[in-house]
Ligand binder design. Structure first.
Ligand SMILES: [Zn+2]
Length: 197
């Protein structure tokens, strides 16, 4: 039976939401969802192609074992998406990976705004650096998600969030960027407005 294309529309909507809100630069980021045992994921992007600049037919369909069923070559971060779904498929149906500026800067230095995260109900974990697309990165991410984390700050790289659906995963991405931005501005304000007195 031919797989349904309906989930591809939802993946495309999420990719455009992330792109339109400036949460990842051109040539980066990926989105996937698990539906009826299949993974729908954005394609590998060459050059400066924007995450939101794809069409519905560009969404790849892959089995949980990694067999390509339909569409172009999947994102290079497919291994992490597959391993998270295989380990946590009962609670996770959507994954978003992006490089939003403030959260990525925090991830670069390995700092998480955990003191603010509780109010937003985010469960943050900092993942030590592993090369993008590698099996080690996939293992570290799936281990963190299976331990209950939903917002992963990938050291020297970016952010990966998960959710029961795409809206939840996208919202977590927006929240971690907001928290890092707020934390950064608060620290700067304290220095400029308080400490300089
Ligand atoms: Zn990345």
């Amino acid at each position: 039976m031919k797989p349904s294309r309906a989930p591809a529309k939802l993946v495309l909507e999420a990719a455009r939401r992330i792109d339109e809100r400036g949460l990842t630069p051109p040539g980066t980021g990926n989105v996937s969802m698990l539906a009826a045992g299949l993974v729908y994921i954005t394609p590998a992007k060459g050059g400066l192609k924007r995450l939101g600049g794809i069409e519905e037919s560009d969404i790849s369909i892959v089995s949980l074992e990694g067999e390509a069923l339909e569409g172009p070559q999947p994102s290079t971060e497919l291994p992490a998406h597959l391993m998270i779904y295989r380990r946590c498929r009962n609670k996770i149906s959507a994954i978003v990976h992006a490089h939003p500026p403030y959260a990525t800067a925090y991830a670069h230095v390995g700092i998480a705004p955990t003191h603010l995260a509780e109010a937003m109900a985010l469960k943050i974990e900092v993942i030590p650096y592993h090369p993008p697309g590698s099996r080690d990165l996939a293992e570290a991410c799936s281990e963190a998600v299976s331990s209950g984390a939903d917002t992963l700050m990938l050291a020297k790289h970016g952010v990966l969030t998960v959710g029961g659906d795409l809206s939840e995963a996208c919202t977590r991405l927006e929240l971690i960027e907001y928290l890092c931005k707020l934390d950064f501005i608060s620290r700067a304000a304290r220095r400029l407005l308080v400490d300089s007195d």
